[in-house]
Write a protein that binds this ligand. Sequence first.
Ligand SMILES: [Zn+2]
Length: 517
Amino acid sequence: MQQVEVYDTTLRDGTQGEGISLSVEDKLRITRILDDMGVAYIEGGWPGSNPKDAAYFQAVQDLDLQHAKIAAFGMTCRVGSQPDNDDNIKALLDARTPVVTVVGKTSILHVEEVIRTTPQENLRLIGDSVAYLKSQGKEVIYDAEHFFDGYKLDDEYAITTVKVALERGADMVVLCDTNGGAMYWEVESFFRRVKEQLLDVRLGIHAHNDGELGVANSIAAVRAGAIHIQGTFNGYGERCGNANLVSIIPDLELKLGVQCLPDGQLRKLTHASRTIAEIANQTPLNSQPFVGKSAFAHKGGIHVAAMRRCEESYQHMDPTLVGNETRYLVSDLSGRGNILSLAEAFNLDTGDEVARQVLDQIKAMEHEGYAFEGAEASVAMMLRRCQPDYVAPFNLIDYMVLVERRQGRGMVTEATVKLDVNGQEFYTVADGNGPVHALDNALRKALIPVYPDLADFHLADYKVRIIDEARATAATTRVLIDTRNGHRRWSTVGASTNIIEASWRALQDSIEYGLLN
Ligand SMILES: [Zn+2]
């Protein structure tokens, strides 16, 4: 089986993405996740650029890594300087990593206009820096910056820079599409040409996503002989991001038969992607290929009906291979199959007739402003309530919510709830910091003596959405509630022109569902 090395730069290039900031502890946690998956190289940062990266390289020495080699990143020595007295190179050595990655100029434009030196001096910077780092016992990866643009401008000079790095001892040469604008056929053909001109060269790719081809360009490079891919988890990175390893890895393993991770590790991909998103304080993208919540979610009735007959009919692969799962969504586009699949997922024994009944109800309710996608527990409750022997754990008789603002008293919110619980009447009053909070408190006060488990339910998320905005304050409001009990989490929905009533409906479903499960 063909193999490639995965080189992750989430901790360095990834943190250059807007809104992404990682503490030293965050970086160590991500390092453990990547190492556990079997990533070959982890680029920890740029030790010369900031004290946080230097602290990471100190702390990472204490981790007992099983698979990954840690790399420090930096530039070749500066114009006019020698590597043995250059601050950048010194910082690279001080990081005490087995691997160093140095980036150098390939494009004649950057040599003349950006670092403003001669083509010969640039070749000296590359050669001397690589040779010096090799003499210090390092594995040296040479990143050829702006390779594709440089090659178009002056192919002979671009090739010469790479040749110098190789001759002076670089273990790997990485062709970089630094501004992310290359097309995948250019990448493939340039890789082939470099391999023809420099026999035995070990080549890697570092792509960015500015033309939304970061993944495609990385795969094109592998097809043309690259054996090392640099990228970030979830595609984090400057501007439009780096090539996304979370897509490249399964594409290569499952579509091209190229091994990237040790056997059995691909199944950790979804969990790793979501955990890293969590650590980076980014909302995971539902539509993210392979690992997103919606990546294998089916909504169209015809699709779901086909999926029930044949799992391969509307999925390009088995989601469990990457640790993800098939989901069936319920909406007014659904057919009976969606409801039946959902009933199975909730272990409910539902006949065709009930499924049809619930489907009609859903279609009518979606017309009123409900949306049941992402509120599977509300659909499960509709199914339960259709069962002939169903007894609700509680029934609402009345509620009243009072919101007051009086001189000198500030805001006061109070809710009163009257419930029927197994034939007994409960009447409770509670306050809260808002009407929904007060209602929730009053409901709990009535129910906890009968159902003590309720004390462990926590409101994890509360979302409000205005549906028909044009109707302004008379518009329908949709409320989505996420409830958590230990590791379990479920979502319910309510809709009404009155936000309190919409919240009550979502709250009632949430508590009723929790108590029954
Ligand atoms: Zn980059």
